[in-house]
Design a protein. Structure first.
Length: 331
């Protein structure tokens, strides 16, 4: 890499596997505030060519229904990601000794035209997935998952979905519009992008406008895991069931930060009380190890509602955990 941080391997401690790939610099030799603000201080590339996995920002929040601000999510997640180190000491995963990873910057969205933004996102991701790279996306509101899945399904066919969220995001329309952050998965169903027998939605909760708000999901064959089923327990058994359900076919992970309780993650636009804990979030993502994961995203971080930065810090760590469970990551 031509990047200063990527090239300064002489200052880095040797990797356990003798990595020749891009490796985040150690704070023991490079001060954390130093360098361009990329995801985990990785080298920045102009495209996904030659990469096994790439972090991609999608700074769009035109689809939000309540508080805006997720357009600044990718920037803040990158800033907080400087705390995330190379190895997953809990799982033993060594992603940077296993895969070629870089930050490929942001999709240039159209903030004034949501359908056009979806086109721009879809076209950008068509190039990413065509190169054989697995995208790890930094949102942005949940609208972005719809055009990303259009591109992913174009290559892999209908995918299974591990969806962590307070909301099912399967509405039909709002204010007359069919595209916003409450509708992406209905649009995906209509276009055949999802293998509905392999969709699980975890952490779902909140009041509703309908006496039976989950009927549509269950009618499609989704497994809806309400948050009440998660309170006060480990989700390791649940994820054992999810792995069996997903099998060896392609799976996409989409994680709305509002799936986590707002006590831990207040920096989001549509918070709902009594959500998942960060520990349960880790159990969910780590429980996806062994699945045929073809893409991931972490959406709805709106940093101005959390001056501590903790919401973005959680988001950065969850994206690292997603990287750690990708196929071919050594442990």
């Amino acid at each position: 890499s031509s990047s200063l941080l990527g090239a300064s391997t002489g200052h880095m401690s040797p990797c356990r596997w003798g990595s020749q790939f891009n490796v985040p610099p150690s704070a023991l030799s490079v001060a954390r505030p130093v360098g361009i603000c990329s995801m985990m201080k990785l080298p920045v590339q102009a495209s996904a060519e030659g990469l096994d996995a790439a972090f991609v920002g999608v700074p769009l929040d035109t689809g939000t229904s309540n508080r805006p601000g997720a357009r600044f999510g990718p920037r803040q997640i990158r800033a907080e990601s400087g705390m995330v180190r190379r190895y997953n000491a809990s799982t033993g995963a060594a992603p940077f000794d296993s895969l070629r990873v870089a930050d490929i910057g942001d999709v240039n969205v159209n903030l004034y035209n949501l359908p056009d933004s979806c086109r721009l996102i879809r076209e950008s991701y068509q190039k990413i997935v065509a190169s054989g790279c697995v995208p790890l996306s930094l949102g942005g509101d949940h609208t972005i998952t719809y055009p990303i899945l259009q591109a992913v399904a174009e290559k892999h066919g209908a995918v299974g979905l591990v969806h962590v969220d307070a909301h099912t995001d399967t509405g039909d329309r709002a204010l007359g519009e069919k595209i916003y952050h409450g509708t992406p998965f209905r649009r995906c169903v209509e276009e055949g992008l999802l293998d509905c027998s392999r969709v699980v939605q975890i952490g779902i909760r909140g009041s509703s406008y309908d006496p039976d708000p989950y009927k549509y999901c269950r009618d499609q064959g989704f497994r809806v895991v309400l948050v009440e089923e998660c309170w006060g327990k480990s989700l390791v058994p649940l994820m054992g069931e999810v792995r069996k359900q997903m099998g060896d076919k392609p799976v996409y992970i989409t994680f709305d930060i509002d799936g986590v309780d707002p006590a831990y993650a207040p920096g989001t636009g549509t918070p709902e009380i009594a959500g998942l804990t960060p520990a349960q979030a880790l159990e969910i993502i780590r429980g996806c190890k062994g699945l045929n994961i073809v893409g991931c995203d972490l959406v709805e971080v709106a940093p101005m509602y959390d001056v501590s930065g903790n919401t973005a810090l959680l988001g950065a760590n969850l994206l690292f955990e997603m990287l750690c469970v990708l196929p071919r990551v050594k442990t």
